[in-house]
Design a protein around this ligand. Sequence first.
Ligand SMILES: Nc1ncnc2c1ncn2[C@@H]1O[C@H](COP(=O)(O)OP(=O)(O)OP(=O)(O)O)[C@@H](O)[C@H]1O
Ligand SMILES: [Mg+2]
Length: 312
Amino acid sequence: MEKDPYILVIGGTNMDIGARPFGPLLPHDSLPGTVRRTPGGVGRNIAVTLAQLGHKVKMLTAVGNDAEGRELLSLGRELGIDLSHAMCLDGIPTSSYIFVEDNKGDIQWAVCDASASDQIDKEYISLNEDVIRGASAVLLDTNPPADAIACAAKIASDAGVPLFVDPISAAKAAKVSAILPYTTVLKPNKQEAETLCGRPILTMANAEDAVISLLGLGVKEVYLTLGKKGVVAGAAGQDLIRLPGFALHPVNTSGCGDAFVSAVLHAFLQGDSLRDKARAGVAAASISMETKSAVNPILTADALQERIKLVD
Ligand SMILES: Nc1ncnc2c1ncn2[C@@H]1O[C@H](COP(=O)(O)OP(=O)(O)OP(=O)(O)O)[C@@H](O)[C@H]1O
Ligand SMILES: [Mg+2]
């Protein structure tokens, strides 16, 4: 173990490009509007948030050796993330998520090119085994291929390193099924939990059953987030915790889940109770909601501590 503890995030780094016309969205025409480029990727959002919360963070990720990729690496370094093990790949484009909104801000079309994340493969994970083994905790998103995820989870588990998993989307959540027994903390949203449990979650009772099922599959702690309905959290041998969502000045809920799991990890390393970890998640999500960008730059450890006081 290194003297200076660090959290390792394994996952995607994207450039998100969003377009919104001033007027109605019409096909077959060039529409006046705005185009915004913002760094994204669940892994990257979480790495940035953990760095803001005061942690030393390393990241295993991949970008293309293009303008976006070099910009994302340099921005990440400026934010204090150790990207010395990240790949900058020739001949592969940086992963990008391109979406077109209507003039009310609802996404109508989206295309994701994740070829760079596909390169976070088993071989790269194995080469970085020591970085995984030396971490205080590992956080995995499901952008890498399934066999790379399984390899990382096994290394962390064998080394006794707590493993946090964000399934990131219903489509990618199935990659997590094989690593549930190695998972210390799982943070699915409703759709991801439906994929993992194989049944719909229509009521709070369904959500509680889903948490219990996931614990039965070997996960040590589950935080099932339900948008504004909040969270159901569970751990083996403990009563379930239910907390409602909490918003003070909501602007945009995208990235709430990333803030949530980052704060749970922060609270976990402090040795907090299940209830206090869930409170930290809800508090961080409420701060995340107050900005348009995926990560709110004011989400620091002090700001989180203040906001937690407002969560029952
Ligand atoms: N509309 C809302 N009002 C209040 N709280 C909300 C709202 N939406 C989200 N939250 C808070 O954010 C947490 C995570 O939200 P959600 O379940 O949508 O995660 P997610 O789908 O993983 O989000 P992300 O878009 O970051 O992936 C919720 O548990 C809740 O605390
Ligand atoms: Mg999410």
